[in-house]
Design a protein around this ligand. Structure first.
Ligand code: 5AD
Ligand code: SF4
Length: 430
């Protein structure tokens, strides 16, 4: 039963219909968002439309007129199970438990609630992680998705203070893989059974629109894999061109939504532009990834809470959260790294708030502590990214020092020891 005014999900037959429907409804003045699909409804990383129940009738009429078939309409609350009851040691009187109850019952995230959850320590922390793990299981299931990153160029026109690829780091040997090298490596990734390749680089304008289009088309033709782009900020029209050429997903981390902190860390960039780029990417109908860095010098808990609320408001589909790691030859090289515990809390809180999103347990986490990457999977994360950049150049993709080379063997070891499921498409040994 649908209660009037309640938030609803409209499930369409396929992604094309979702995006067509979004266009039709928004042009008719209906407030609509595309958000990750709820569990078992349209497959993870798929997308549904979120509308208010008050607009249901009008929306259904409009969609019918445009011959857009809807599969189902469900209340957004249906999945909010009484998981809290299953948590042991839950003291209902504390500020922590009040905040956790509200978030788990589906209340919109507030700054005070997220602050309390992010600060959870001791027993509360264990409860927070368990709650996130329960939600992950209910919303996404036990399969740990495995994707492969190919870091094809470490040239960058930007100067982010924390990053080893920044243009003023003259100590870094720069490289660009050729199109043939990139295609060869994509084929190797395909042979491993992987279905999604992440094409990642610094902001390298040598890779013009035409060159990126050629890469996308070549990889699609030769491998049929899904393609995630992680190229930094590009020209607005390029997002559309790359999508039309066959790219499926785009990752652009906001890094921090805090305007002053963003300005301090990115001398020639602005957070308003950054957020606008994420919006453009979403509007170009990509499955959209973003996320932040935890423990940046000058960042506080509220700032992290706001990052999570922003991801929720924007309906981000994939959310990468990694600790800050001081990178050699950068202005921040002497700072302390982000705390592992806080990063794990941020992953857990993000899972509780953005339930159906894809959340990786990041390479940055693995770099600080191998075990922490496994812990990330146990407190809300559901995906792991392998580094598939070929030896010889991978050492030069020095975003930060001593980057952990997460490979298939390690990913499967983690999955096995956590009792999770490997994806059906990975059939190798281990
Ligand atoms: N520590 C942690 N993450 C970093 N990144 C860049 N430099 C660092 C660092 N020192 C991340 C940013 C960026 C991605 C390429 O790597 O989030 O989006
Ligand atoms: Fe370039 Fe990205 Fe590093 Fe910034 S974070 S310097 S844009 S590679």
């Amino acid at each position: 039963m649908v209660i009037s005014g309640e938030t609803l999900y409209i499930i369409c037959k396929n992604l094309t219909d979702v995006f067509r429907a979004e266009k039709v409804l928004s042009e008719a003045g209906i407030s609509v968002r595309t958000v990750p699909s709820p569990p078992k409804e349209a497959g993870p990383c798929s997308t549904v439309l979120e509308i208010s129940g008050n607009d249901l009738e009008k929306s259904e009429t409009l969609l019918k007129q445009c011959f857009i078939e809807t599969v189902k309409v469900i209340p957004a609350r249906a999945e909010r199970t009484a998981l809290l009851e299953r948590l042991t040691g839950f003291d209902r009187s504390s500020a922590f438990s009040a905040a956790l109850s509200r978030i788990m019952e589906g209340s919109p995230p507030t700054l005070p609630d997220l602050r309390v959850l992010l600060e959870a320590a001791g027993e509360d922390r264990q409860i927070l992680w368990k709650a996130a793990d329960n939600i992950r299981q209910a919303c996404i299931g036990d399969v740990v998705d495995i994707r492969a990153a190919l870091e094809f160029s470490n040239h960058c026109r930007r100067n982010c203070l924390y990053c080893g690829l920044r243009r003023e780091n003259r100590k870094l040997a720069r490289y660009r893989m050729t199109e043939t090298e990139i295609l060869d490596q994509a084929l190797k990734i395909k042979e491993m059974g992987i279905r999604t390749i992440i094409l990642q680089s610094g902001e390298d304008t040598w890779f013009t629109t035409e060159r990126i289009v050629s890469l996308i088309q070549g990889i699609k033709k030769e491998t049929g894999m899904r393609i995630t782009l992680s190229l930094g900020e590009r020209e607005p029209e390029e997002y559309i061109i790359f999508k039309e050429a066959g790219a499926d997903n785009y990752l652009l981390k906001v890094e921090t939504t805090d305007p002053a902190l963003y300005k301090a860390l990115h001398p020639d960039m602005s957070v308003v532009d950054r957020m606008e780029h994420v919006r453009m990417i979403k509007k170009a109908r990509y499955i959209t990834g973003s996320g932040n860095i935890i423990g940046l010098p000058g960042q506080d808990i509220d700032s992290i809470a706001r990052d999570i609320i922003w991801c929720w408001q924007e309906g981000i589909h994939m959310i990468g959260i990694g600790p800050f790691i001081p990178a050699p030859n950068t202005p921040l090289e002497a700072h302390t790294p982000g705390a592992v515990g806080l990063t794990l809390n941020a992953i857990a809180v993000t899972r509780l708030v953005c339930r159906n999103a894809f959340i990786p347990s990041t390479t940055a986490l693995a770099t600080l502590d191998r075990k922490a990457q496994m812990q990330g999977l146990a407190c809300g994360a559901n995906t792991v990214m392998l580094i598939m950049t070929p030896p010889g150049v991978r050492e030069k993709y020095m975003i930060y020092g001593n980057k952990m080379m997460v490979d298939l063997e390690w990913a499967l070891t983690m999955i096995n020891s956590l009792g999770r499921k490997r994806p059906s498409y990975i059939t190798g040994a281990f």
